[in-house]
Design a protein around this ligand. Structure first.
Ligand SMILES: NC(=O)C1=CN([C@@H]2O[C@H](COP(=O)(O)OP(=O)(O)OC[C@H]3O[C@@H](n4cnc5c(N)ncnc54)[C@H](O)[C@@H]3O)[C@@H](O)[C@H]2O)[C@@H](O)CC1
Ligand SMILES: Nc1ncnc2c1ncn2[C@@H]1O[C@H](COP(=O)(O)OP(=O)(O)O)[C@@H](O)[C@H]1O
Ligand SMILES: [K+]
Length: 500
């Protein structure tokens, strides 16, 4: 699914109106209908007092149409029209004419127009949508502060008012802090970034059937990957296949006190369909791994506490390195050697990433290598980012410069490709913010690479299924008690959703 800019969304609206030969107010009606349908399912209690704040543009027009629809469904709707300049979009005016006289309306042009405090349970924010062109000031900013201080749940129509859809706001900008954002047809980049969490809340998309031809043709470098795409990527196992069909993976992982990371990565790798798995670990890990993961073969290093020597690398289809590795001098040397000599594709995580950053080994990364940093590890590799938008730019530049795939982990994990494209994930939950879940992801992606998925498909499939396993685990134990092993236990159920 493509992530579009505000400008592209405006073009999509216009193309839809032209191709269907409908008035623009009909598209607004469709949007308002879609919003109302979602709203009545989410808030079926018609006893609630609903305030609908409308700005002067089409976002306000949506608000007026929604007010009319909610009124017809017996909800108690009150409208505030905030427009100091008395200039309205044509579709706003159309919907103002259609507003039933029974709905109370207050026109607000200045602070003294503010009504006496009333008791609202819900506020629908229709001040500004994708038409926002500058920071909000004056009476609009006052209204936004007012909304943010009301003890009511706030639902943003299309976009939280005051939030730019694809660029950072200025510090101190007035922005609506929504509990929910219900957006039309396409996701906006702003929704996917941690810095906007308190404005966007939980976000949902509703279809308004924008021109399929336009959506197919429009170009973007930012995407969300969907369940449908995962269905297309995932390969069923074949009847006459054998363990050789699904690849032999090697994991280089673990050090004294961190063998758990190796065990988690190994178990996740096996649960993700790899044919054979070997784990190269320090000698202290031998008994631990043979006991915790009997399905894996164990190749002990000559050194007790950390990895010092590469094993023969010639029998593997994928090599994963990093979980629990430590940063001893001999291990640093091993990482450097691996980058120079690997005959198989690499998946690199954790301390292996830190070693690459500290030793400035980025230029030695073999093409199409997959790196799986969290934001701190990425900062060590690519330098500090001024904000989440800037971090995405650094991500694109890094992937282009070194010809690699980077899985930048977080609430919406983002995969960068050597072509500079970005793919965002929508599965997963905050229960996964716990030690070891990243090691699980390394194991999953290594298994998928060993099974000959392309690097991009291995990343997309791996990240999606990892998050889905987390969501299934949450259904069982909740978010607080969730631990990394729960993800592994739920990988089977995640794969089974795709018949695999
Ligand atoms: N036919 C369409 O174009 C459709 C539009 N839709 C709605 O229309 C919205 C976009 O509407 P508009 O393009 O009218 O824009 P908005 O309603 O977001 O903004 C209205 C106007 O306010 C002005 N403005 C921008 N920033 C301002 C600021 N900081 N202070 C004061 N004034 C400011 C601009 O001139 C802008 O055009 C979408 O978010 C969506 O809610 C939906 O009804 C679907 C159909
Ligand atoms: N709030 C969150 N929502 C969804 N996924 C999350 C969240 N926090 C962390 N995760 C996921 O959990 C994993 C954590 O990995 P990482 O930070 O490397 O932890 P560790 O090294 O301790 O295993 C990543 O895949 C990340 O996307
Ligand atoms: K809005």
């Amino acid at each position: 699914m493509k992530i579009l800019t505000a400008l592209q969304i405006r073009e999509a609206d216009q193309r839809t109106i032209a191709e269907e030969n409908i008035p623009s107010a009909a598209l607004m009606e469709r949007a308002a209908n879609a919003f109302t349908e979602w709203f009545t399912r989410k808030f079926p209690d018609t006893g609630k007092n609903i305030l609908i704040c409308c700005g002067p543009g089409n976002n306000g027009g949506d608000g007026l149409a929604i007010a009319r629809m909610l009124h017809a469904l017996d909800y108690a709707a009150t409208v505030w029209i905030v427009a100091p300049e008395n200039k309205f979009s044509p579709d706003f005016l159309t919907n103002q004419e259609r507003l039933p006289a029974a709905i109370p309306v207050t026109n607000i042009k200045q602070t003294s127009d503010f009504p006496e405090a009333s008791e609202f349970n819900l506020v629908l924010d229709g001040l500004f949508g994708t038409g926002l062109s500058r920071s909000v000031t004056g009476i609009y900013a006052e209204i936004i502060q007012h909304i943010n201080h009301l003890p009511a749940q706030v639902i943003a129509i299309d976009v939280p008012s005051g939030l730019y859809t694809e660029a950072p706001n200025q510090l101190g900008d007035a922005i609506v802090q929504a509990d929910y954002t219900l957006s039309f047809e396409v996701p906006k980049l702003a929704f996917l970034l941690a810095q906007n969490e308190k404005y966007v809340g939980e976000w949902y998309l509703v279809a308004i059937n924008l021109s399929p031809a336009f959506l197919a043709d429009v170009t973007t470098d930012k995407f969300i990957f969907t369940r449908e795409q995962v269905t297309q990527i995932i390969q069923p196992r074949r009847k006459f296949s054998h363990k050789g069909t699904y690849g032999h993976a090697l994991l280089l992982a673990g050090s004294y006190g961190k063998m758990g990371a190796a065990a988690l990565a190994a178990r996740a790798c096996l649960r993700s369909g790899v044919g054979l798995l070997s784990v190269h670990c320090p000698k202290v890990g031998y008994t631990i791994l043979q006991t915790a993961v009997p399905e894996a073969m164990t190749l002990p290093d000559t050194e007790a506490t950390h990895l010092t020597q590469l094993p023969d690398l010639n029998t593997y289809q994928a090599i994963g390195i990093g979980p629990g590795l430590g940063k001893e001098p001999a291990t640093r040397h091993l990482v450097r050697q691996l980058l120079q000599t690997t005959p198989a594709p690499l998946v690199i995580d954790a301390d292996a990433l830190n070693i690459i950053a500290e030793e400035n080994l980025q230029p030695a990364l073999p093409p199409n290598t997959i790196l799986t940093p969290h934001p701190k590890e990425f900062e060590r590799l690519a330098g500090p980012a001024s904000d989440d938008y800037n971090r995405l730019k650094l991500l694109q530049n890094f992937c282009r410069q070194y010809g690699c795939f980077v899985v930048l982990k977080g609430g919406h994990t983002c995969i960068g490709t050597p072509a500079g494209d970005l793919y965002f994930n929508i599965t997963g939950n905050p229960g996964m913010a716990t030690g070891g879940t990243g090691d699980v992801l390394t194991g999953i992606i290594t298994a998928l690479v060993a099974q000959k998925y392309s690097p991009l498909d291995a990343c997309r499939l791996g990240v999606y299924l990892h998050g889905l396993a987390g969501d299934l685990a949450r259904d069982q134990v909740g978010e607080t008690a969730l631990i990394a092993s729960d993800l592994i236990e739920n990988l089977g159920a995640a794969f089974r959703q795709f018949g695999s």
